[in-house]
Design a protein around this ligand. Sequence first.
Ligand code: HEM
Ligand SMILES: [Cu+2]
Length: 536
Amino acid sequence: MKGRFALAGSHIGVSIAAFAVASFMGVLQALSIADISFPRRDESLFYVSVTAHGVLMALVFTTYFIMGLGYALAEVNLGRVVGKAAAWFAFVMSLAGSVMAAVSILRGESTVLYTFYPPLQAKPSFYIGATLLVVASWIWGGVMLASYRSWRKENPGVPAPLAIHGMIATILIWYLATAGLAVEVVGMLIPWSLGWVATIDPLVARTFFWWFGHPLVYFWLLPAYVLWYTVLPKVAGGKLFSDSLGRMVFILFVLLSTPVGFHHQFVDPGISSGWKLAHTVLTYAVIYPSLVTAFTIVASLEVAGRMRGGTGLFGWIRKLPWGDPFFASIALAMIAFVFGGWGGAINAAYAMNGMIHNTAWIQGHFHVTVGTTVGLSFMGGTYWLLPRMTGRALRFRALAITQPYLWILGMALFSTSYHIAGIRGLPRRVYSASLNGEQGAQWHTLTVIAAVGAVVLLVSALCYVTVAVATWLGGKKGEAPAFEFAASLRPPVASMWDRYGLWTVVAIVLILLAYGYPIVHLLMQARYGSPPFRPF
Ligand code: HEM
Ligand SMILES: [Cu+2]
């Protein structure tokens, strides 16, 4: 790893390691749900595994990749990372926190699933470990913003490079989101797990959790969008259709990501239906920037396909570089998002949510969205980043190019089956789907197909890890390819979308409007606490 990318590389290394471990767990879980036996299978191990897999995938794999990508983009686009000592300190702190939480889970002391809903109670080391990871990510955000400010002083009046604009939006969303998490974890969960207070209010805790939980989705998604907007059109051989639309999209996410959390709490009592409806409407509003993204990126790809000589209504599609691992990963990630977005719109519909709430549909859904749209974008991103950061050519290119197609195949089997099983009433997070007679039999075939999909996913995951590790350690050394970003059809112009301070204030006002009254109202009712539960 070249010196300037040591920071980015270390983060991406941790992310790949977490992904590798968690992939094995995912397959065992899918086998278990399908009631396929394997040595040492039991209920308690299943829930330890689901907790570890969820945390490692959704919190560790993603967050470390995002931090690494951010540092790499700052080096390349801003020519600097300001505050490297703080950044390394944060890296060590985040590692310490992640290891603390992971050990606590693997010892079976914190089987609380990755949503850690009370009254399920974990050991303090789980919550404190997670807090260290989040505080470290705040420092990462601070280092990124300081790097931007330092660049800004030397470049007054110029709009930030679009990749940096997208990362700044990601960081703003992260700060706004984790404010809710901090209230829940520091204000409620840690004192309760330390025994300082005897009971906890699950509904209040869950409300603060989902203040954080939905924007978390955009914390994952926006860095993927950064790759889509700024790298994909270049690799495809074309231009970005509109820089201004990209800038608008990132800011709309800053505004709309957070005030929507009640769409996860439709079945919770104590929150009035009027407020649930208000969050539903805002949720539909946050679909808009994703639709604009779909339009802009597909238009950019059409520009690329035509620049490569494609003609006719669809002829340009065949001209795109489907044999490039980065391109294929991102293009397939985008196709997955068509289905993910469709499912998400169903989940968010106040009335339809009742059909799928807490069913297997949900794991079908989020493996398409975070598991594929985000996950596959990050895997593709690794294929783009590693040769540029290390000066080593991609090893086992054939594996790298097969890998995204395998992932989509595996996910089609896995996710479609769980979607259908969910509609047929299979709950999520079950040790075995074959618990009840006739209905169990109906579910069983679907869960077996999902398990086959999981095995294909594991093969794909192993291809990815093999390519990454082999490139890193043994790729052929040579001239590192340049970090090149897409030019837009029209050059970027400074606009209101660059006014980060203003938009942050508007976002805070929206959050206060969406959450202020409902939270005060909740707290003013008679509250009852729950003692801790530890089923395992
Ligand atoms: C090798 C690929 C993968 C396989 C085979 C797999 C399989 C599974 C299975 C079977 C479950 C349990 C579902 C349930 O019972 O509710 C699960 C849960 C989960 N997975 Fe995956 N998964 C994979 C990749 C991913 C990726 C890439 C991500 C995200 C980046 C992810 C995030 C999650 C999350 C957040 C949970 C929920 C944990 C919980 O309910 O607390 N998975 N996975
Ligand atoms: Cu949500």
